[in-house]
Design a protein around this ligand. Sequence first.
Ligand code: NAD
Length: 490
Amino acid sequence: MMRRFRQYIDGEFVDAARSFESIDPATGDAWSLMPEADAADVDRAVTAAHRALHDLSWSGLTPTARGRLLYRLGDLLEEQAQALAELETRDTGKVIRETSAQVAYIAEYYRYFGGLADKIEGAHLAVDKPDMEVYLRREPIGVVAAVVPWNSQLFLAAVKIGPALAAGCTVVVKASEDGPAPLLEFAQLVDQAGFPPGVVNIITGFGDPCGQRLTSHPLVSRIAFTGGPETARHVVRNSAENLSHVTLELGGKSPVLVFDDADLDNACNAIIAGIFAASGQSCVAGSRLLVQNSIHDTLVSMLSERVGKIKIGDPSDPATEMGPLATARQHRKAVEVIQSSVKAGAVLTAGGKVPPGHERGFYLEPTILQCPNNDIPCSREELFAPVLSVMRFDTEADGIAFANDTCFALAAGIFTNDLRRAHRLIRSVKAGVVWVNTYRAISPVVPFGGFGWSGLGREGGRESVMEYTRPKAVWINSSTCPFPDPFIMR
Ligand code: NAD
């Protein structure tokens, strides 16, 4: 008997008319049944969220009370972190040592946003009309459609649900059709935390019709999307239906620049973490390594040696360092791009094939490709796989030019011990997040996001809560004089 998950709509756990199988990436076998939300399910979820938005059980709560609910959700998440981590590992193949650490940390995001709920402030405006008192209210923007991709769904949902609820919005979350188990299970915690019915709804289904209907729904006021650039273009078109606000967190082809004065041991560990953690399935994966000429060969041989020791295996084993890719589709694409890159002139320095003994499931060796230029497929395309493209550069200007030669602009890593150089690079490099002598550090306090093909807007940080509000300007006339000539603007 396969485990069957349900969707959470209007405070109830309900089945969909149809279901689909979810695949365990470690074996390639189906292990559970997921509800396949259709357009009618989406309508029910959005209608519930729209009703809840104006229902006094939610809209009548003080911001502090909303914050308390978010805090409670964070506490419940912390209590259930291990169970959810195990579910994420089972459904996505992400290794348990990563999911355990990440899920527990997500609780901090809910607490952070809970703390911000009663710090959303409007303004009093000093207008040029002495009798007028003018102030700005910050009101919830409305029903939010939150759409997430398969990787880190609990985390990517938290940076949408947290600020949306802090601002007083209601949410319909669409989990990815790949690996939705942890997010569907998380609905149990939403229910226990005591949010009124309809405030948070969690469904899953395919891009079309589920994502399509949700992001073009006339009752949705804001879309928070994470996924690939191609889907994002559909979402932007869908948003035109209702002229909804949109934020997009998309992919990357993030450069990591290593200069000859860097601490190479430190850089080596950070590079490995940047591209091989989560089997490379991370939007901020440092997938393009740019190394200054004089240290290129040394660093590449350090990396190759370290990569050879990465323990690949069962993602639920705490000793495993790298698990499978999440889907057969991703695996196929990665293998194809490795092959086309070698044909285009890249030199395979490590990995490149299915690791021996791991023919079942979607495993791929950690792979390093040395690229003669930036036009090799692996250095252009976002792969979402454990594939590192390495290029050499000579001068600082060359390094910057290579780093910026991409349509993406999400993250960048800079490794140098020269503070002046670090500052020059921070200014020049095209990215929404820059890490110096480190990589992949995150915090709820820090806004995250990119530009260009990497997206639009930011998630995290206090500004992200404001993005779920809209200002309302209020004019109050304090004068006792009668209203003047109606044909003159004042
Ligand atoms: P995807 O774009 O294929 O799917 C993302 C989500 O969009 C899924 O839930 C999918 O069902 C939905 N969707 C598909 N078609 C839709 C449509 N027409 N309308 C509305 N929704 C639709 O992405 P993926 O392959 O699941 O994930 C990988 C991508 O996500 C990569 O590009 C990766 O970089 C990106 N990502 C970005 C971040 C970030 O924070 N910047 C984080 C993680 C992943």
